[in-house]
Design a protein around this ligand. Structure first.
Ligand code: NAG
Ligand code: NAG
Ligand code: NAG
Length: 391
């Protein structure tokens, strides 16, 4: 019995139906009822990856919709550290192969281990730490790597976990012995890196705060509020994610958003996301700001009359004088050598931004002091302490 043309047609359709595994990220999002007028590609001459509008978008238009079922939830409160969420993610991928397979287009979109697309504290070498020129930041990096190692090798004691001195989650605790040992430190550090850098604050059960991963939207690059052209938001009712233009965007233009107020400071972006922007007028590093990361801008600092003082000038000057290199020397290192790796470039860019911000702020305070005839010289309101780096 020969097949009718109709039967042959059906056979062809069935064979050519794409498996989830073969879908591109955008096809996968559309197959689940989402949509996005975005493409992923290089956004600058250096080949930085980002997102580009695929058509003209009007101000106020929501041009990306990611349904809730495509969002990766860690099922843990927001204060969980990235290594703990990385352990949850790796465990679920291994314990639930069907779920893992269903999300393959998303996993494939994440930076591969060893790729220069992502750089964070878990993959810092001693060389990167030395390049920071800051003992407190070096301490934060070592501490965070230590926490990741505790989660990775389950080395913290039960009483340390009970006292809150160690993370409560360990990879061995979530996975059976053999499987946990199958994950290399490199894979774990890399996973921790993107879980931390790509995570979004989102709503969990009963409205609690948690951390989520949101496919595609996690590839939108960060920009300062003056230049960012979009915002990412979660729908209160159904948990889906959207991206809305805050100004008109032309087809082919890069789409950017401001990650958070803290992300306006170079030390935070370096340690949390692995980059430092190249800005003419950067804000002070959180470490050098009297209130840490709390304030979204430095103008508030300038409105703080008690900070318009010679004491503050001396404090900022002593930070500037503590660096073994000048901004000019850092610039020369950054632009004079083609042998630098991306991670080293980011640390050098941070050093330049930090020094530039200190210099700018010193100039502003000194000008203000001259106008007001010298200031009081007193600093009464320093109770908030030095900007302490908390990640
Ligand atoms: C586990 O991590 C801790 C903290 O870094 C380290 O001191 C210890 O040697 C590690 N143990 C193993 C077995 O890797
Ligand atoms: C380790 O992982 C590989 C690939 O991910 C897998 O094929 C192998 O079965 C795993 N071994 C154990 C003991 O889980
Ligand atoms: C979820 O809410 C958004 C509006 O924020 C709406 O566009 C979308 O259709 C809703 N999705 C579902 C599944 O109800």
């Amino acid at each position: 019995m020969s097949k009718s043309p109709w039967q042959l047609f059906c056979v062809v359709i069935v064979i050519s139906l794409p498996l989830t595994q073969q879908l591109t990220l955008l096809e996968w999002i559309e197959s689940k009822g989402g949509h996005a007028h975005l493409s992923v590609g290089p956004v600058n001459a250096a080949g930085l990856r980002g997102t580009l509008a695929t058509r003209d978008i009007a101000e106020g238009e929501t041009f990306v919709y990611i349904p809730k079922e495509l969002i990766v939830e860690f099922g843990a409160p927001a204060h969980n550290k990235p290594p703990e969420n990385a352990a949850r993610l790796l465990a679920r991928q291994r314990k639930d192969p069907a779920w893992h397979a269903a999300f393959l287009p998303y996993w494939r979109s994440l930076p591969a281990p060893g790729s220069s697309a992502i750089f964070c504290k878990e993959v810092f070498t001693e060389h990167h730490i030395a390049l920071l020129q800051d003992a407190e930041m070096a301490g934060v990096v070592r501490e965070e790597v230590g926490v990741a190692k505790q989660v990775f090798n389950g080395s913290s004691k039960w009483w340390q976990r009970w006292l809150g001195q160690a993370p409560p989650v360990s990879l061995q605790g979530i996975l059976s012995e053999g499987t946990a040992h199958n994950i290399s430190w490199e894979e774990f550090a890399h996973t921790t890196c993107y879980v931390g850098a790509y995570g979004f604050g989102c709503r969990g059960v009963w409205g609690s705060r948690q951390v989520c991963m949101v496919p595609l939207l996690d590839m939108i690059n960060h920009a300062s509020p003056e230049t960012a052209n979009a915002i990412v938001h979660q729908d209160e009712g159904n948990g889906s994610y959207g991206c809305t233009a805050t100004q008109a965007i032309k087809a082919g233009e890069e789409v950017t958003q401001t990650y958070s107020a803290a992300a306006l400071r170079s030390d935070y972006t370096l340690l949390h996301y692995g980059f430092a922007l190249d800005l003419e007028r950067p804000l002070l590093a959180g470490l050098d700001h009297i209130a840490g990361f709390e304030y979204p801008d430095d103008d508030l600092y300038l409105q703080h009359q008690s900070l318009m003082s010679h004491d503050e000038v001396a404090r900022l000057n002593s930070i500037l004088a503590s660096f073994p290199t000048s901004e000019a020397a850092d610039l020369q290192l950054l632009h004079g050598s083609s042998a630098l790796h991306d991670g080293e470039r980011q640390v050098l860019q941070f050093r330049i931004q930090r020094k530039r911000a200190l210099r700018n702020m010193l100039g502003q305070i000194q000008r203000q002091l001259q106008q007001t005839g010298g200031g009081t010289g007193e600093l009464e309101d320093r109770t908030s302490g030095e900007g302490h780096l908390e990640l």
